[in-house]
Ligand binder design. Structure first.
Ligand SMILES: Nc1ncnc2c1ncn2[C@@H]1O[C@H](COP(=O)(O)OP(=O)(O)O)[C@@H](O)[C@H]1O
Ligand SMILES: [Mg+2]
Length: 341
């Protein structure tokens, strides 16, 4: 299944804002996120811990609970806006159209229920009791699809390894044949070898079912091998979005550059360069660019004016004042101008 770039996106997120109320003011966890997800595509959403990835996922599914709230935005799934939909209408969308494998899902499996019973519950909850008929072969097929042996049917979560539990979570997510799957850090808790194998299973399943997928993670290196496009998130905003090849060949945003430099190369085993994390108070972001306090190229304009997202080359979008628009609409790279006056 190849990605359909020239068809309308399956999922369109526009201006999504999700804030958490705290005694000292709102935490702007997701502050105006925009992106498209195309049919059959895998989009990686990458950024340091606390940048708002999980909150964005919950916002997309309308699963934000107090003290969080969706403040603004549009989430268009096949053209229908999920924001403002009734809870009943949303129930028909979640799992069936839009499935989430939440962060830490494998540790939330019910320890007292067999794997088969948990998958069965998920199916019956959405399809009704009649689904019970013929459900065993269906569950066995799901287990096969995610690369688990049939004997897992009768096992309890504690009898499974981390990788196997994660596969059970994937089986639950695909049980209802959704259009979009959001996998939040689904491989992060696993060791590197298992990570890769589980991620590959996810991609195989994705291709077999023709679904679109958002893979959330913080490991740029792992992402690079798994996804079609990468969206880089910093402090509640997507700062750059590009096909993997372009992102690695020529990351445009200084933060993307930092993330990519921090990917340990297999030969050198360079230590991670990123140690600072998000340096401003998420309740009180600086005016202008969100990245100004850490940016090695910060300019005066960055301190006053938030950059807008621009397409620098085909498919590569970046929100950074280093790439302003000229009068004729073409892009000028200030960094290049500075280097070659
Ligand atoms: N219940 C909450 N109350 C207040 N702040 C929260 C709450 N949950 C998350 N946050 C804040 O929202 C921001 C984004 O968190 P999160 O979406 O979990 O990030 P990520 O998934 O990228 O690690 C962080 O600054 C976090 O501290
Ligand atoms: Mg998270």
């Amino acid at each position: 299944m190849t990605t359909s770039w020239n068809q309308p996106p399956v999922l369109k997120v526009r201006g999504l804002k999700v804030y958490y109320e705290t005694p000292k003011g709102d935490v702007l966890a997701v502050d105006g996120v925009n992106f498209d997800l195309f049919k059959g595509e895998t989009l990686g959403l990458v950024g340091e811990s606390g940048c708002g990835k999980s909150t964005a996922a919950m916002g997309i599914l309308q699963l934000v609970t107090p003290p969080g709230r969706v403040v603004d935005g549009e989430v268009l799934l096949e053209g229908h806006n999920l924001l403002g939909m009734s809870e009943q209408a949303l129930r028909a969308v979640r799992w069936i159209k839009l499935a989430l494998i939440p962060q830490g899902a494998m540790n939330s499996l019910n320890p007292t229920m067999k794997v088969s019973a948990q998958i069965k519950d998920a199916i019956i909850a959405h399809e009704g009791k009649q689904a019970n008929k013929g459900i065993k072969p269906r569950i066995l097929e799901l287990l096969t699809m995610v690369g688990l042996p049939g004997r897992v049917y009768d096992l309890y979560p504690h009898e499974l390894s981390g990788g196997m539990k994660q596969r059970v979570c994937i089986a639950m997510a695909i049980a209802l044949n959704p259009t979009v799957i959001i996998a939040d850090e689904s491989t992060s808790a696993l060791d590197v070898v298992v990570q890769r194998v589980v991620a590959q299973t996810m991609l195989k399943v994705k291709d077999a079912l023709g679904v679109s997928m958002i893979m959330i993670g913080h490991d740029m290196g792992l992402m690079a091998q798994m996804v079609d496009r990468i969206a880089v998130m910093y402090a509640g905003k997507i700062v750059e979005i590009a096909p993997v090849k372009e992102m690695f060949a020529e990351p445009k945003h200084p933060y993307s550059q930092l993330l990519i430099e921090s990917v340990p190369s297999l030969k050198e085993r360079k230590p991670l360069k990123i140690t600072e994390g998000i340096t401003h108070d998420p309740r009180n972001p600086p005016p202008g660019c969100i990245f100004q306090l850490r940016c090695p190229f910060v300019m005066d304009i960055c301190r006053v004016q938030p950059p807008v997202m621009r397409e620098t080359n085909e498919g590569q979008l970046v929100a950074c004042h280093l790439y302003p628009e000229s009068v004729d609409g073409s892009l000028i790279n200030v960094a290049d101008v500075a280097r070659n006056p």
